[in-house]
Design a protein around this ligand. Structure first.
Ligand code: GTP
Ligand code: MG
Length: 306
């Protein structure tokens, strides 16, 4: 008599993963999670006290994933509570508010806090990061554009998504990509697959473009100290030219940054040129030296517009 054959287990073993959310207070971390897990939006601000914990199950291809979500408080006051929870994370949601530049600028310090707390465990290649540019529904107050956010994220090998917990825009796509990448990583022996992180430009190029975009003055744009010597300035120019040349750099915004540096170089050369002319005018009595070359005439012409 034929006995029942043992049930075939078609599904691969289920996975249990830990993800955390990071970012300044009020950027929308809890609302993003709530929008995904509970399909609702809470307009009233209810600050997370320390940590909120939740579990959800998702299906990625033929695997069941049990996700433990640790939603961290962004307020500095809760640092002592947060720091216990960084370890053993496979995924990190890094959230900023597109209407608040300081929340975007703070992303580096969030990574810093995480690395510090993880200590020797800090192997960032074994963690999937997703950057959420949140509150994109509030278009009028937006101050950090997509190019800038994407550049910061992708140059570090992180995913980038534009999200709105209020309208739901980007939320499901973001979580699907997040969980799918974590699954890929686990199946890849705990290493983030390389193909995902190669974007064709380096972190140095991305950081330089960002610095040039936000530079307060010419020194800042060149990345030298105020009052730097001519040699230091020339060296900085050469470095930027190599780093940002459009033939070599495909990072978004590189062309504008290259043009800005080129304009500054043109201006510096012309001012130097003009000073040479003035000094030769003062020194010489010859009427020929009083005529200006085309570079000087161009800058005189330009200055007439201001
Ligand atoms: N318009 C708009 N408001 C949002 C969005 N996401 C969150 N908010 C609002 O922003 C405020 C803060 O949201 P939370 O999710 O509590 O912020 P949080 O980052 O968790 O803050 P902490 O817990 O203090 O770290 C709330 O009033 C939300 O309603 C969004 O996408 N669009
Ligand atoms: Mg919260």
């Amino acid at each position: 008599m034929e006995t029942n054959p043992p049930k075939r287990r078609d599904n691969k073993k289920s996975l249990r993963v830990k993800v955390i959310s990071l970012g300044n207070a009020e950027v929308g971390k809890s609302c993003i999670i709530k929008r995904y897990c509970e399909k609702r939006f809470v307009p009233k601000y209810l600050a997370t006290i320390g940590i909120d914990y939740g579990v959800t199950k998702v299906q990625v291809r033929d695997r069941e994933i049990k996700v433990n979500i640790f939603d961290m408080a962004g307020h500095p006051f809760f640092y002592e509570v947060r720091n216990e929870f960084y370890k053993d994370s496979q995924g990190v949601l890094l959230v900023y508010d597109v209407g608040l530049r300081e929340s975007f600028d703070a992303l580096d310090s969030w990574l810093g806090e995480m690395k510090q707390e993880m200590g020797s465990q800090a192997n960032m290649d074994s963690i999937v990061f997703v950057v959420c540019a949140n509150k994109v529904d509030l278009t009028k107050r937006r101050v950090v554009d997509e190019g800038e956010g994407r550049l910061w994220a992708e140059s570090r090998g992180f995913h980038y998504f534009e999200t709105s917990a209020q309208s739901g825009e980007g939320i499901n796509e973001m979580f699907q990509a997040f969980f799918s990448s974590i699954t890929d990583m686990c199946e890849n022996g705990g290493k983030r697959p390389v193909s995902e992180v190669s974007v064709g430009f380096t972190k140095e190029q991305a950081d330089t473009i960002r610095r040039i975009r936000n530079s307060k003055d010419s020194w800042d744009m060149l990345g030298v100290k105020p009052g730097a010597t001519r040699e230091e300035v020339n060296k900085a120019y050469r470095k930027l030219a190599v780093l940002l040349h459009p033939d070599k750099c495909v990072a978004p915004g590189s062309e504008d940054a290259f043009k800005a540096v080129g304009f500054l170089l043109g201006l510096t050369c012309s001012v130097r040129h003009l000073l040479l002319h003035i000094s030769s005018l003062l020194k010489s009595s010859s009427p020929h030296s009083a005529s200006l070359c085309s570079v000087c005439r161009f800058w005189f012409f330009l200055s007439s517009f201001f």
